[in-house]
Every structure is written in C-alpha cells, then in structure tokens.
Design a protein around this ligand. Sequence first.
Ligand code: ZN
Ligand code: ZN
Ligand code: ZN
Length: 143
Amino acid sequence: MVNGQLTGLLALLRENRVRVTVPRRAILESLVELGPHVTAEELAGHVQARYPEVHGSTVYRTLDRLTVLGVVEHVHLGHGRAVFHVADAGHQHLHCDGCGVVVEAPDELFSDLVRAVEERYGFELGLDHFALGGRCRLCRSAG
Ligand SMILES: [Zn+2]
Ligand SMILES: [Zn+2]
Ligand SMILES: [Zn+2]
C-alpha cells in the first residue's frame, strides 16, 4: 500500500514533466510513511534521518514546490499550525480543540452548506485550507 502510493505519486510527477529529484522523492516517501497531517518540522526530521544530504531549507522549499504542483496540500489546525497531506479527491478536517485529534470528513458532507452560502451571499466557501474546530466524541464523553 505504502509503496503503491509512492509509485503513484512519482508517476504523477513524471506525467507533469517534473523531475524526480532526491528531495522530492524523500519528502513524498516520508509523507506516505508518516501518514497524513504531519508538520513541516516532523517531515524535515524524518527526511534528514534517511537523507542527511537533504538540507532543512530544501525540505521547506520542496514542500512549497510540491504544493504549487498540486501533489501536496496543507491545512491549518487550531491556532494555525500547518500540517501536510498528499493531495487526493478532497476531504475536510475536523480538529479537536481538546486532544488535537484530526478527523477526515468527506467533502459532500458540507455540500448543502457550501450551496446555501453561495446562494445567499454569492460567496464561494473554501473549507479545505483551515480545519473546523470543535470537540471530539471522546473528549465530550470525558465531560
Ligand atoms: Zn487531510
Ligand atoms: Zn478530543
Ligand atoms: Zn496555508
């Protein structure tokens, strides 16, 4: 699964005529291995443990580049901490203010809201850049 996902991402780069450099490969590999919603610092640490030749500044620059290419996306949690995940068909994020857990929710859950806001205000909601805050089931049952 992990290898399949990485192979798919590298193929996506090549399809877009983007060279698969060591930093690009290292970041995508780390993102797949660590799983979604990791900070740039966590990614940089993981990359540098395996690819010491890839400098921290290169990791940040490469993350920006992969974001522009649409291969990687980030979302801001709570007070603004950004976490990264591989771009996919689209999901929204629910972030618990109590324990910090991130729950992924499908886009269509919010389609009525998006439509209503557009009809009433002519405003196109962009829900994917910031997580929706609240309290998760576990924290609520803990009182
Ligand atoms: Zn996500
Ligand atoms: Zn919680
Ligand atoms: Zn942002």
